[in-house]
Design a protein. Sequence first.
Lengths: 402, 231
Amino acid sequence: MSPADTLRFASRAALGYPLRSALMVLAMSIGVAAVVMLTALGDGARRYVVEEFSALGANLLIVLPGRTETGGVNPGSFVSSTPRDLTNDDAAALQRLALVQRVAPLTVGNSEISVSGRLREVLVVGTSADYLDIRGFKVASGQFLPREDFGRASAVAVIGETIRAELFGSQNAIGRMIRLGDRRLRVIGIMGPAGRGLGMNSDELVLVPVATAQAMFNTNALFRIMVETRGREALAPAQRQVEALLQARREGEFDFTVITQDAVLGTFDRILGALTLGVAGIAAISLAVAGILVMNVMLVAVTQRTGEIGLLKALGASARAIRLGFLTEAGLLSLAGAAAGFVLGHAGAWAIRLAFPALPAWPPDWAVAAAVGTALVTGLLFGVMPARRAAALDPVQALMKH
Amino acid sequence: MAQIELDAINRLFQLGDSQVHALRDVSLRIEAGEYVAVMGPSGSGKSTLLNLLGLLDRPNAGHYRLEGRDVTTLSADEQAAVRSARIGFVFQSFHLVPRLTAAENVALPLMLAGIPPHERTQRVTAALKDFGLEPRAHHRPEELSGGQRQRVAIARATIMRPAMLLADEPTGNLDRATGQDVTALLEALNAAGMTLIVVTHDPTMGERARRRVLMEDGAIREDLRRAPEPA
């Protein structure tokens, strides 16, 4: 029997029992669709987070005080335990590096803001003019913090949209005085509605010059220094320059950490990638169940068609031809199931994207390939036993069952 | 050398704890082109004999030589090849594949033998024409009458031009008139040189055969030959 004939015969056999074939294709397609959709969801979440981070600016270095080892506790952690603070002078020095484009020192603290009797708790961020561009924020009205020396404690503030609405309502806020902690500051700008940015919501922030914040919180230390490099290629050399400079500024002591955006991103990427993989694994269980169903359906088919198998044997079909016929049938049903599941899964992912436009729920190619591949392999694997049983039937006994 | 030579064939079936001797020491010679009716009561071993002749079953003892070749020792697939090329089967219940059309049913043996589609179509068309089934070629078995079904089955059995045709109660499911048509068809094939072995209950059909083998309790009781009809 030629392969083309085997294929034709098997497909006719599959079509000859439409309900049974349809149910099996449905079961298989649900398995494949589950893998495609769930991985789309997982990978969509991963991409969402990655995009959020990319919104922060791709060529960003973050300098933290202290030595943070990702490897846990090491002997060094016991030797020098009091790191030197990062200061405005450090930030200013970094700004002079050739590969550095922008620098924003960061001091963060909680304080109370009050305007004509209205009071609320706010997060105060002390920073500089470059922070706006580094974070990709927009100013809705007025202006951002003035470009000035990091040491200058101007009495100005830029407030978030929510703060403005709560404190000033419909009145004009620009030029008004606010009390922040024990200081009186003039509002010079309002932040635009929050763009996409992880962590702090710019709607509820009060931004002040870094020196102002330091005076308010009575400290010289910086929480972070954010450094934007000139282009993405400059990231690695800039990181080395930043490290060398800061090390030189603290007598060779390496008591700070420079992390890249990529490192943070990479970690999230790995965690969410593993999550997607795990979800795919769970969905794959339904494929195994579908495989067992293939076996069941094919066993029923062998029983149902015992007379036909006897006839084929009487007509001179070899055991191999019968085995191949049934295996081809199982393969075809799995293939149809995989194809239907592929379409169904993509439709589901499309529906998810429609319902949650922010989530780029596209199934990753590897998951689609793996789902379809697994469907075919399980279908064929579970088809082997019924096919062998068919081929081993005794022709006389088989012919009697009609 | 006869076409079919059976020597001391024994076939035993185990039914629960009792043994059934379906065939005892059956020896039989059938020449090419003979017309043999195998008759006898139910359980006399007729069908077992036919299954053995058709290589669907193996004897427990004895030898079966088909065209001079001992076929009892062949493997299952070798026997399948012999069935494909040399033996045609006609069954009481037709055994047509319900989802295939008449033409596709007739083409089955050709397909199994790996004959290319082009040649297949030609031979099937010719066969359907010979058997007067042309207008029914694309009908499924359920759309055919009993007589038509059996003619499709006979067309299928002979499409590979086998040396012998084994028919198990070919008229058993047909009314008298159609049964006679089918018998006439089988006899015409025999007249063209094909060995015809028919298992039947029907005495009138048995009467028509040139040779009658009467079986009882798994043994051949009588082997009657009718003298050739005067020309």
